[in-house]
Design a protein around this ligand. Structure first.
Ligand code: 4NP
Length: 168
């Protein structure tokens, strides 16, 4: 930035765009994307929503069957979602990037460009009482892990929609 130029906060100026990031983009972040889409739609918040993984193993794959089933139980079809990897340019095309766990947060910091637009945060930092906590990875566990994931991403989506509504 040129010395003396006005400091615009792009995150406050543009329509919000939020990217949820986990490791594989087949379990937690697709559920966060789904919860955010539902919450934004029900409150009329205009926002672009996407999800990605820090890893590349599942690029192009649909969400894990157990994640699809959890979303389906909530009346949401996520079978059309496809996994992609988070890239440095995401920091210029999203206003908010939200990591599911502390490792995702560290991995995102590592690929962030020097002049990011996006505000990077930990998902559960947006939920009163759960600050600093990670969304546990349900991939290696049972079905019940996905219900817990839903509860957490749903609460965070409610808080994020409220925050984004209040700051506009
Ligand atoms: P996610 O879960 O990060 O919530 O999508 C995982 C999915 C796949 C793997 C790890 C975590 N994996 O090792 O393939």
């Amino acid at each position: 930035m040129t010395a003396g130029a006005p400091r615009f906060n792009l995150a406050r100026m543009t329509q919000p765009a939020i990217l949820f990031v986990c490791l594989g983009n087949i379990c937690r972040s697709p559920l966060a994307e789904a919860a955010m889409r539902a919450e934004a739609e029900s409150t009329g918040l205009a926002i672009r929503i996407d999800s990605a993984g820090t890893g590349d193993w599942h690029i192009g794959n649909p969400p894990d069957q157990r994640a699809q089933a959890e979303a389906h139980r909530r009346g949401i079809d996520i079978s059309g979602y496809r996994a992609r990897q988070a890239v440095p340019t995401d920091f210029h095309t999203f206003t908010h990037i939200v990591a599911m766990d502390r490792q995702n947060l560290a991995d995102l910091h590592a690929i962030a460009p020097p002049d990011p637009v996006a505000n990077l945060s930990l998902l559960l930092d947006h939920v009163p009482g759960l600050e600093g906590q990670s969304v546990a990875d349900p991939y290696f566990g049972g079905e019940e892990g996905f219900a817990e994931t839903w509860e957490q991403v749903h609460r965070a989506a409610q808080a994020l929609v409220q925050m984004l509504t209040n700051t506009r």
